[in-house]
Design a protein around this ligand. Structure first.
Ligand code: ATP
Ligand code: MG
Length: 417
């Protein structure tokens, strides 16, 4: 008796909300109308569907050339946007969302950062230029899975194995090192693939070839995983983390923040986790922000989180609500909450201090308005400039110290003296 060949693995479109979604179907219909059988779903959507994880964005690989994709979209009344025309990527906007449609391709030349590509009609070639076997799974519109590189073997336990030689694949594009740890953090189970990690460690200096923007964006995605702790620990152990950050990283405080998120059911907050990981004060944050080309908003948020000027008040806030009010008034609610969480994350011995009450208080407390303005001081004869600013600051400090009780009249009278 011969064993029956195993049925090909299939995703049932009826069970997959993203496949049933009329926006997805409109894109697939448009491509199929241009050339039946030439287009397949690929990458994260298939990986996540097989892992039972939510599918955020849908990527499609196609034998159609970019101009044919544009044509197909237009013929179906959808909007094509040539986001990466030279690389063969057209975004098709459907129901207001972009679907990335990329012509099958192979890398002709790579330099560690970007690739020169050639289009192909060969699904296997397209699979070979992808980073991980689990990211090189395809499915047609009926859900039939195609696995040119053996990615299905990596599903359980989930691990990310490079397509081909890890060393070569990282040399082609050093971002793949960070993608390895990001995907491990999000989906990996158990220890990550040894060959991949060892190659990443050997080639860690290549990370400097990457643009700061790509590193920072990838780092944030890594830190946004529900529990990036184990992946980051492996990066630290192999010197990859210090290669990126320039410092070793404080895994203990990071772990404290992650535990807070998990125990309080909070959305992961990559910036706060970053502040926990890099530690240090405003100077270190300033250097990091410049090095990683963070946005002003990000850099300011981090500066607030590590601003040491009121650390005494923040510590006192755990037992004294008046200190909490003073600190919120001076730091702002966001920075106060960040500092409270960072402080509690560093607690070694139980019982931990309750940061949740303080965080809630920071969010809900209505800050009283400071009743005196710069105009009032000018009426009193102050010249606009630093002297006026100093006088305002001193007056506000007094008002905060007095629990916001002094009235406008009392404050102005104080100035007159
Ligand atoms: P997610 O969208 O959840 O971040 P994804 O796997 O879809 O995950 P994308 O960055 O959207 O990741 O890329 C889509 C696919 O393109 C990947 O699954 C992979 O096959 C391929 N890919 C993306 N970036 C690279 C890279 N740097 N090197 C090789 N292949 C890549
Ligand atoms: Mg994707």
């Amino acid at each position: 008796m011969t064993a029956a060949a195993p049925a090909p693995l299939r995703l049932d479109p009826a069970d997959q909300a993203w496949m049933k979604d009329p926006a997805t179907r409109a894109v697939m219909d448009a491509l199929e109308a241009a050339r039946p059988g030439a287009s397949r779903y690929v990458g994260g959507c298939i990986r996540n569907a097989l892992l039972g994880k939510p599918v955020a964005d849908v990527d499609i690989a196609t034998r159609l050339l970019p101009e044919q994709v544009i044509e197909a979209a237009r013929a179906a009344g959808l909007k094509p946007v040539p986001t990466g025309l030279r690389h063969g990527t057209i975004s098709i906007i459907s129901d207001g969302r972009p679907f990335e449609v990329t012509t099958l391709r192979r890398d002709v030349e790579t330099d560690g950062r970007r690739a020169l590509v050639a289009f192909t009609q060969d699904w296997n070639e397209d699979a070979r230029r992808r980073d991980f076997r689990l990211n090189a799974l395809y499915a047609d519109r009926n859900g039939t899975i195609f696995d040119p590189t053996g990615g299905l073997a990596d599903l359980d336990p989930c691990r990310f194995v490079f397509v081909g030689s890890a060393e070569n694949r990282i040399r082609e594009d050093y971002l793949r090192t960070l993608r390895l740890f990001r995907f491990e953090a999000w989906y990996g189970a158990g220890a990550p693939d040894r060959e991949g990690v060892e190659a990443a460690a050997r080639l860690k200096q290549g990370l400097h070839a990457l643009s700061a923007e790509r590193v920072w964006s990838e780092l944030k995605k890594l830190l946004a995983a529900p529990d990036p702790g184990p992946a980051i620990a492996v990066m630290a152990e192999h010197g990859i983390l210090s290669e990126i950050l320039g410092v070793n990283g404080n895994l203990r405080i990071l772990g404290g923040i992650i535990n807070q998120d998990i125990s309080a059911g909070l959305e992961p907050d990559p910036l706060l986790r970053f502040a926990a990981l890099v530690g240090g004060g405003p100077e270190r944050i300033r250097i990091m922000a410049a090095k990683l080309k963070m946005s002003n908003a990000e850099s300011q948020r981090l500066q607030g989180a590590v601003d040491p000027s009121l650390c005494g008040e923040v510590e006192a806030a755990f037992t004294d609500m008046a200190a909490a009010e003073r600190a919120i008034m001076s730091l702002g609610a966001r920075a106060f909450e960040d500092q409270v969480r960072l402080s509690a994350a560093g607690d070694v011995a139980p019982p931990p201090r309750d940061w949740t009450l303080l965080a809630k208080f920071a969010r809900e407390w209505q800050q009283p308005d400071f009743p005196v303005s710069g105009g009032d001081l000018i009426l009193l004869g102050y010249e606009p400039g630093p002297m006026l600013g100093d006088a305002m600051d001193a007056l506000k400090a007094h008002w905060i110290a007095e629990r916001f009780e002094p009235t406008r009249e009392e404050l102005i009278a104080r100035l007159k003296h």
